[in-house]
Design a protein around this ligand. Structure first.
Ligand SMILES: Nc1ncnc2c1ncn2[C@@H]1O[C@H](COP(=O)(O)OP(=O)(O)OP(=O)(O)O)[C@@H](O)[C@H]1O
Ligand SMILES: [Mg+2]
Length: 366
């Protein structure tokens, strides 16, 4: 921003999404131009080498180590703005869907929700940041047909999605942000960033599978709202480990093999990797069936995202397993970028879904 820009009060138009994942940091910088999100820069840096483990493996680093990585990444990616939004790992948050008594008065409703939340949150409420969303009733038409008075009378209950994040986790993220010389206006649980970046408005529920390094997160989204969320404790690092064992090579070599081959040659060297994916999908299927049975609705499609979602041939493999529509996420599609970059952006997109989603929310502030 030039002196004249600030003199005339022109606001800076660039924003940054910062995704602190278990295996790597990702940033995406966007700018708003004629109401469009324009991609300015993006970058990723593996955390492993900063904490004594391998690229592609999950880490548990100190604030200092994460900060150092982030500083390096901001420099390497030539990030020019400090204004950011930051992700909170799903694993460090709590999302619970509860049915609570309805109150007409919003203040009273707030009290009911806050009091009831205590029952569901396993630590004192003073130790967490609590948030909630009222979930819209999904089938009002059917309701009125069955009971003509239902529409005019107030509902007895409401469904509320309770969201809690431990204060310690927020403090850690705030330290990283401050030490890296950034300014964050919000911290968002990664699930919401992902949805913004990869889920289109659909009439039928959508399942999102975020295949990260340490775990795979399964979300079911209905009318834009999270109806179910579940962590599967197997991720893409386990594919690498399995390949390493089955082919008797080092972790870095197995990591390279995984990225080069993907599932392109099932039954050959990557057999171990395929087995791990089948375990992930088996658990995801259980989640899907459980949702469908409990709600009497069928999931219309699956979106694959996260670094593991980049795995070659995974889309076809998933389609075969689930027998429904499967898409690999393409979050950069929501941004303007030079045409020659499209093939690369399409390929790496799933890794950056969270960072894109954060940057898109941050752009709304402008
Ligand atoms: N081209 C590729 N093919 C296969 N796997 C890949 C590819 N690129 C990255 N991965 C794998 O994706 C994983 C990283 O994914 P991602 O960046 O989404 O994880 P993360 O956000 O750090 O972890 P988490 O979400 O679990 O906290 C690594 O295990 C990496 O090996
Ligand atoms: Mg992630």
């Amino acid at each position: 921003m030039s002196f004249l820009d600030s003199f005339f009060g022109k606001k800076e138009k660039s924003v940054l999404g910062v995704d602190i994942g278990s295996s790597s940091l990702k940033v995406v910088q966007l700018r708003k131009e004629r109401g469009q999100a324009v991609l300015e820069t993006y970058g990723e840096l593996a955390l492993g080498p900063y904490g004594g483990s391998e690229v592609g493996q999950a880490t548990n680093l100190s604030v200092e180590q994460i900060t150092e990585t982030l500083r390096d990444l901001l420099r390497e990616a030539k990030v020019t703005t400090k204004n950011c939004g930051v992700s909170i790992p799903f694993a460090r948050s709590l999302l619970i869907l509860v049915t609570l008594p309805y109150r007409k008065d919003p203040a009273e409703q707030k009290t009911v929700i806050e009091l009831e939340a205590r029952k569901y949150i396993p630590v004192p409420v003073s130790e967490v940041q609590l948030d909630w969303f009222v979930v819209p009733k999904s089938d009002p038409v059917q309701l009125t047909e069955a009971d003509p008075h239902a529409a005019s009378s107030a509902p007895e209950t409401i469904d509320v999605l309770l969201v809690a994040v431990h204060n310690d986790e927020l403090a850690l993220l705030q330290s990283v942000v401050t030490n890296a010389n950034l300014t964050a206006s919000f911290y968002e649980i990664e699930i919401f960033s992902t949805i913004r970046a990869v889920v289109e408005e659909q009439t039928r529920p959508v399942m999102v599978l975020d295949v990260g390094a340490a775990s795979t997160k399964a979300y079911i989204i209905e009318s834009g709202v999270v109806a179910l969320s579940h962590a599967i404790s197997i991720g893409s690092q386990d594919i690498t480990r399995a390949i390493s064992v089955s082919t008797n090579v080092s972790i870095p070599r197995a990591e390279a093999l995984k990225k080069k081959e993907g599932l392109a040659s099932p039954g050959t060297t990557l057999e171990g990797g395929e087995l791990v994916f089948s375990r992930i999908f088996a658990e995801a299927r259980r989640v899907l069936v459980q949702y469908e049975t409990a709600n009497g609705k069928s999931v219309g499609s699956i979106v694959l995202t996260g670094g593991g979602g980049v795995t070659k041939q995974l889309g076809a493999y998933a389609k075969n397993t689930f027998s429904i529509d499967v898409h690999v996420a393409d979050p950069f599609m929501k941004t303007e970028a030079p045409a020659f970059m499209r093939p690369v952006l399409e390929e790496i997109g799933p890794e950056f879904a969270v960072a894109v989603g954060l940057a898109l929310r941050k752009l709304e502030e402008i």
